[in-house]
Design a protein around this ligand. Structure first.
Ligand code: GRF
Length: 197
């Protein structure tokens, strides 16, 4: 039986789209819902165009009460009964209770070569540090932010004249290759890390 995949995103959702589009044919998983915390996110129409149900949970009314937001998110996820939750640019931080509940089923993509540059503004920080290469990481989500066993990494060169934007675009291309490759393996029960190129 196919694994059921929920994808959580906040913005343009290009990784979400890459994941959805990859789950066809003999892929061991299928997308069952795309969840977004922003009703204006461009990604919502892209999921709908692909026939994937969407759910919007605006975090703003829950300001200061993360647990209340998560309880609605939990109910929403439970209705779709995912085996796997893919975070694809979902810009919220979770409580330990939420993470513990879903642990072992959650994977995330982060735009740096972890353990370097956890958190935000990864490309600007990599450029400032004079890195010769950058990249992205897919990892299991555990209680530590942007940590957890690494399931895959893709590297790109930093080029002369790079800005955070040009570097981000180069890394994003690799995210769209790496994330589907890792999801396919993870859904088949294989956690062997993928290294690209
Ligand atoms: C990606 O760079 C992802 O790694 C980061 O947020 C960005 C989301 O982009 N966490 P998109 O919405 O998938 O286009």
């Amino acid at each position: 039986m196919s694994k059921r995949v929920a994808i959580l995103f906040s913005g343009s959702g290009s990784n979400m789209v890459a994941l959805i589009d990859s789950m066809t044919g003999d892929h061991p998983a299928r997308p069952v819902v795309a969840v977004c915390n922003n009703a204006d996110a461009g990604g919502l129409a892209k999921a709908e165009a692909r026939g994937v149900p969407t759910e919007v949970i605006d975090h703003r009314p829950f300001k200061g009460d993360r647990a209340a937001f998560e309880s609605v998110l939990n109910e929403t996820l439970a209705r779709h009964a995912p085996d796997i939750i893919c975070f694809a640019g979902f810009m919220r931080i979770f409580t330990d209770t939420f993470i513990s509940h879903w642990q072992g089923r959650m994977i995330n993509i982060h735009p740096s070569l972890l353990p370097k540059y956890r958190g935000l503004n990864t490309h600007a920080r990599a450029l400032e540090a004079g890195e010769a290469e950058a990249g992205c990481t897919v990892h299991e989500v555990t209680l530590e932010l942007d940590d957890g066993p690494i399931l895959g990494q893709a590297r790109v060169p930093v080029l002369p004249g790079d800005t955070p934007q040009t570097l981000a675009a180069r890394v994003l291309e690799q995210e769209h290759i790496l994330y589907p490759a890792v999801l396919r393996r993870f859904a088949a029960g294989d956690r062997t890390p993928i290294r690209l190129p």
